[in-house]
Design a protein around this ligand. Structure first.
Ligand code: ASP
Length: 590
């Protein structure tokens, strides 16, 4: 090896040792009578100290060196005069005997330090340099450890990691497929998997009993912020289980990860049904780091002279504790917030409940003190609080209230990065009516689509509703939510051919279509398919959450930008005529 130690490991106990280090030059400080080099590798930074008066040749040689040169330093570990307690190697420095340049470097386009001066685009283009920075190195390390601990935990429970193919068949599953033309079979295409869903179910039919895979998935979606066209899942499936078994097993996984990677003991996860979550938080992924549930006020605000409430399908509010002191300006800011086009609120009514004084509201003209006190009672608003009220169509109002709740929670500092509120959402609707989802092909418009995917089983007692009121059917489906982020989701699957066939028919597939696309799965169900269920976690997202950050991009070594492009290798890119011809593809770009 070209080194005896890394740049992060030498301590005061190593004083006197002869060592050889290799690394990148983070910086050089030439003070005239002394020259310091900070040498960096992924383990840390070690200081090299040269005294020009004693080592004129060496001092001369290092004049050629600048930032990001790769050098090898042979020398002796000495105690530092002025120690740096912030750096684990800060008590020592190296007195070099020889220094060798292993490779030179151009001046990097941005500083390779914890805080960099490089803009997003530049850093994406030079991703390999951005990845040298300590915060990214830390993220990638956390990702590695998360994968490792996941494997350990699942292995200890008898799960087998089994690979499934990347070149598969295009099937509708929730988003658009990426297609790969087949040269050997002209006019036909493979699709890249949106998930290994059908394969993992087939592995259950094969008797593998417990499967997992840390696996890349591909979805050709319109890109929203922080979505990647290729991303990684921890994909899992188990046989002979009911929903409760799956929840216990994977609550255990997340607890294991938090304990072993962050030293955090998570309490038992809360559980909320989808219906409850929507009613109380206006979303199926509530952030439960704080309370502030939505209270339905519809029945008690009607029949006064306030037309807006009288005509509203729904009126609901949230109570901001201590909010009685909010100024008009602060309240106006919140009103502006809900009126943003992405949120779409029309307006907001507020009531202050100062302690020892009469309530004060934006609707004083229409409601008496007694009315407002009745609202206070109904919402259990304490003294000194502020009630914020939204009205309108129910679904929309709940969405606005949900956003408002998050915004207020954010402003009050209730969404702390190092606190984790984990829960399960259960009893999702099986189906949803699709009018215009930009992520689904047009052929899906105006029909029922599976909310999760077509293989999710309906609750037994709801099966008859499939014929009469499909929208009411609840699924054996569950999501894991942490801090308002959906980190995983899964279901107990259909394992009966007839029920699966029925499901496809509800989804508007003709028998032939269902047979053509999913015949292989339905056939397999005729050869002893065990009851089974599973889950998949968004691995990138789980890592970013554990790292206390929002963006998944910084937890992926080579991500794509918001337009789905890799700026470093410049992809997607055009290909040659010859390649296209071999694939029998002709481009007709207008
Ligand atoms: N395949 C599903 C997904 O990707 C997860 C599951 O049901 O296990 O969302």
């Amino acid at each position: 090896m070209l080194r005896t130690h890394t740049c992060g490991e030498l301590r005061i106990s190593d004083i006197g040792k002869k060592v050889t280090l290799c690394g990148w030059v983070q910086g050089i400080r030439d003070l005239g009578h002394l020259i310091f080099i900070d040498l960096r590798d992924r383990y840390g930074i070690t200081q090299i100290r040269i005294t020009p008066s004693d080592q004129p040749e060496l001092a001369n040689y290092v004049k050629e060196i600048s930032r990001e040169f790769v050098i090898q330093v042979e020398g002796t570990v000495r105690e530092r005069e002025s120690k740096n307690s912030k750096n684990p190697t800060g008590e020592i420095e190296i007195f070099p005997g020889t220094i060798r340049i292993l490779n030179s470097s151009k001046t990097p386009p941005f500083t390779i330090e914890t805080e960099t001066d490089g803009g997003e685009e530049l850093r994406m283009k030079f991703r390999y340099l951005d990845l040298r920075r300590p915060p990214l190195q830390k993220n990638i390390l956390l990702r590695h450890k998360t994968a490792l601990e996941t494997r350990k935990y699942l292995d200890s429970l008898g799960f087998l990691e089994i690979e499934t193919p990347f070149l598969i068949k295009s099937t509708p599953e929730g988003a658009r497929d990426f297609l790969v033309p087949s040269r050997l079979n002209p006019g036909t295409f493979y699709a890249l998997p949106q998930s290994p869903q059908t394969f993992k179910q087939l592995l259950m039919v094969s008797g593998f009993d417990r499967y997992f895979q840390i696996v890349r998935c591909f979805r050709d979606e319109d890109l929203r912020a922080d979505r990647q066209p290729e991303f990684t899942q921890i994909d899992c499936e188990m046989s002979f289980v009911q929903q409760e078994d799956v929840l216990q097993t994977f609550e255990g996984l997340v607890k294991h990860l938090f304990k072993n990677l962050l030293g955090k003991e998570l309490p038992v996860f809360k559980r909320l049904s989808y219906a409850e979550a929507m009613e109380k938080y206006g979303t199926d992924k509530p952030d439960l780091r704080f309370g502030m549930p939505i209270v339905n006020l519809t029945s008690i605000v009607k029949n006064k002279d306030f037309k807006i409430f009288n005509e509203a399908e729904y009126v609901g509010g949230i109570v901001v504790e201590g909010g009685a002191t909010y100024t008009r300006k602060q309240i106006d800011e919140l009103t502006e917030f809900i009126k943003r086009p992405q949120i779409g609120g029309a307006g907001m009514v507020w009531v202050r409940f100062p302690s020892g004084e009469d309530p004060k509201s934006s609707v004083d003209k229409f409601y008496s003190k007694e009315d407002l006190m009745a609202w206070k009672n109904h919402t259990s608003a304490p003294d000194h609080s502020l009630l914020l009220i939204i009205s309108g169509p129910k679904e929309k109002s709940l969405k606005v209230l949900s956003e408002l709740r998050l915004e207020v929670g954010q402003r009050m500092g209730l969404r702390k990065a190092d606190e984790f509120a984990c829960l399960w959402i259960t009893d999702f609707p099986l189906l949803e009516w699709n009018e215009a989802d930009p992520n689904l092909p047009d052929s899906y418009r105006g029909r029922w689509v599976a909310r999760h995917h077509p293989f999710t089983s309906p609750k037994n007692e709801d099966i008859p509703l499939l014929d009469t009121d499909p929208g009411k059917v609840r699924a054996n489906a569950y999501d894991m939510v942490i801090n308002g982020v959906e980190v995983g989701g899964g279901s107990i699957r259909i394992h009966d051919r007839n029920l699966q066939k029925k499901m496809f028919s509800v989804l508007g597939f003709s028998e032939e279509e269902a047979e053509r696309q999913f015949g292989f799965l339905m056939n397999a169900f005729e050869y002893g398919a065990p009851p089974h269920g599973g889950i998949a976690f968004g691995f990138d997202r789980l890592c970013s959450l554990m790292g206390g950050q929002h963006s998944i991009r910084d937890f992926i070594a080579f991500p794509k930008n918001n337009a789905g492009r890799d700026l470093m290798i410049d992809s997607p890119s055009e290909v040659s005529e010859e390649q296209l011809k071999e694939l029998n593809i002709s481009l007709n770009l207008k």
